[in-house]
Write a protein that binds this ligand. Structure first.
Ligand SMILES: [Mg+2]
Length: 242
């Protein structure tokens, strides 16, 4: 049995409930701007465009600022209404202001981190926006488990997960080799295949089965949904290490 030195986690949809945050935060921001005068299905269109545009952000062919503007403008356009950049900016401000009330960790996140923090150093590797990720960690009270210098954000590194340079930069930052590190995340391609391609072990964890979608359609195995099962899998992997 040999414990991993560092356990890396993905942040969005793995530790923090990003899906719920959109479902609560977008309507809250819309009410702040428009009262009740906005389409019932706005959120659906907003999320559709968010998901369509995100790969462009990951490939760095679109900035985060452009993504934030475009998902708003395109959602309105689906209802035949043209909005301008200024309104998109005001929406985003209202949306950011809603974060403290709308962002939560998953119910089992603390249980998972409490179980894994003794004996391991914990770190995060995220493809999310540099201006939000540390705030999300703090809002969710996860700064008890992670320090800011253990938060690796792909935009700052250059490429997005699953690109190996992101994993290599995170390992260098923590002073660990792939052999002594483990990755836990919800996105099969970015988190699991990406880590394994660098020689790291990985555990596929999807705490929100309802939000579980085609991201993982071609995966050869199935994800774990419960924190206790993740901890048991980590212990089993460690028990098998020489
Ligand atoms: Mg994720």
């Amino acid at each position: 049995m040999r414990a991993y030195d560092v356990i890396f986690f993905d942040l969005d949809h793995t530790l923090v409930d990003t899906r719920q945050q959109y479902h609560l935060g977008v309507p809250k921001a819309m009410r702040a701007l428009y009262g009740d005068a906005w389409p019932d299905t706005f959120l659906e269109r907003f999320l559709h465009h968010h998901e369509q545009l995100w790969p462009h952000y990951d490939r760095r062919t679109m900035t985060m600022e452009e993504l934030r503007r475009e998902r708003f403008l395109r959602a309105w356009r689906d209802f035949g209404i043209e909005k301008d950049e200024e309104e998109a900016r005001r929406f985003h401000e209202a949306y950011m202001a809603a974060f403290p009330e709308t962002l939560r960790p998953y119910p089992e996140t603390r249980r998972l981190l409490e179980a894994l923090s003794p004996g391991h150093r914990l770190a995060i590797i995220t493809n999310g926006s540099p201006d939000m990720q540390w705030a999300k960690v703090c809002l969710c009270g996860l700064d008890r488990y992670f320090s800011e210098d253990a938060l690796f954000i792909s935009e700052r590194i250059g490429r997005a997960k699953p690109h190996p340079s992101v994993y290599q930069a995170a390992m260098a930052g923590m002073g660990v080799t792939a052999r002594d590190a483990l990755m836990i995340g919800d996105n099969y391609q970015a988190d699991i295949e990406g880590a394994r391609a660098c020689g790291m072990d990985a555990v596929w964890y999807v705490p929100d089965p309802e939000g579980f979608r085609a991201l993982c359609a071609q995966a050869p195995d199935s994800p774990l949904h419960r924190a206790d099962d993740v901890v048991a899998r980590v212990r089993a992997l460690e028990a098998a290490r020489a």
